[in-house]
Design a protein around this ligand. Structure first.
Ligand code: ADP
Ligand code: TRP
Length: 318
């Protein structure tokens, strides 16, 4: 029997995912699920840095599980779990926090961006990369598929593993980030980066009406033959040869091109939306899957945590 390499990743339960989240990060989970021992979690601890409403946290967390199942993660191949079901990660994050300096973490882009917006930033936001390092390292993950904007967080996880290994002896594996370099930042309907916070998204599980409304609302730059924002979104779901043939044939005909995009988006989103709806109709089954996933992962990370505790000099009791 060959043991598969380990893949770990997570998504924050912050609301409805959009096609930018899918093509930037989540799609890889589905593409790689057969190849790796795949462990995918709902990053609710990280979300607490910005969402402090229990009802919404619960609702969003279940929603992410349904999103995972909707995009086609197969519970037979993948372990799905809630981050909060693995208390080891917060313990390990603390250990890492004691090895990491403030000036080092102050260089993180996400911290700098958050601080530029709000000086009253919470400690959780500052320590975010330490928790993320723990999420990954506790599994001895080989690969971590993420969106481009998470690259620095993976570098921090690697640095942290090295730092621990240097201080206490070889313990953690250095993970590799898997980033789809070819996916540029997916633009939203207004041409800026597609983001939940800008209200410019095409939801991943959009209804047909939502698809129509969003696409018809895409801002086009009059004057050029090819509406760039329409093309960029279309390029995600159509192969380059047929895409270029279409945009050549319909040069300057923005309405026709938008209608073609609507058709293709409906064909792409429809089956995922239906699969998600099937899972949403049996929420108990979805909950059972994540609960069992959490129990399984707690056992799996136990030995690593035992090793880490002993390395730092804590006396481990079974
Ligand atoms: P949002 O900006 O909508 O709040 P998140 O910050 O929750 O999105 O991003 C979750 C993941 O989706 C990240 O790994 C990020 O790289 C990816 N992602 C988000 N928006 C885009 C986009 N417009 N294009 C490509 N990837 C994206
Ligand atoms: N920070 C990631 C994001 O915003 C989510 C995340 C938390 C994550 N822990 C992780 C991703 C560990 C990969 C591995 O998208």
């Amino acid at each position: 029997m060959t043991t598969k390499k380990i893949l770990v990743s997570g998504v924050k339960p912050t609301g409805r995912p959009h096609i930018g989240n899918y093509f930037g990060a989540m799609k890889q989970f589905v593409d790689l699920q057969g190849e790796y021992d795949t462990r995918i979690f709902v990053a609710n601890l990280h979300t607490l840095t910005g969402l402090q409403d229990a009802k919404e946290m619960k609702r969003n967390s279940i929603d992410v599980v349904l999103d995972y199942l909707g995009i086609g993660l197969d519970p037979e191949k993948v372990t799905l779990y809630f981050q909060s079901d693995i208390p080891h990660v917060t313990e390990l994050a603390w250990i890492f926090e004691c090895l990491t300096t403030m000036p080092y973490l102050m260089r993180a882009h996400a911290f700098k961006d958050a601080e530029a917006k709000n000086k009253d930033i919470n400690v959780g936001t500052f320590n975010y990369p330490m928790l993320m390092a723990a999420d990954i390292l506790v599994h001895d993950a080989d690969v971590v598929p993420v969106g481009k904007d998470q690259k620095q967080h993976i570098e921090i996880a690697r640095d942290t593993a090295e730092k621990f290994n240097r201080t206490f002896g070889d313990t953690f594996k250095l993970p590799e980030a898997l980033i789809i370099e070819s996916v540029e930042t997916v633009p939203g309907t207004d041409g800026q980066k597609m983001s939940k916070s800008y209200g410019n998204t095409i939801p991943l599980f959009a209804t047909d009406e939502e698809i129509e409304r969003a696409v018809m609302g895409i801002v086009t730059d009059s004057g050029s033959d090819i509406p760039q924002n329409v093309y960029a979104i279309h390029a995600l779901i159509k192969d380059k040869a047929s895409l270029d043939a279409l945009y050549e044939e319909k040069k300057g005909k923005y309405k026709d091109l938008k209608e073609a995009l609507i058709l293709d988006l409906k064909a792409f989103i429809g089956p995922m939306r239906e699969r998600r709806a099937e899972w949403a109709a049996k929420p108990e089954e979805a909950k059972r899957i994540v609960t069992e996933g959490g129990m399984k992962m707690r056992k799996v990370v136990h030995d690593k945590m035992k090793d880490a505790r002993e390395k730092v000099g804590f006396i481990h009791h079974e």
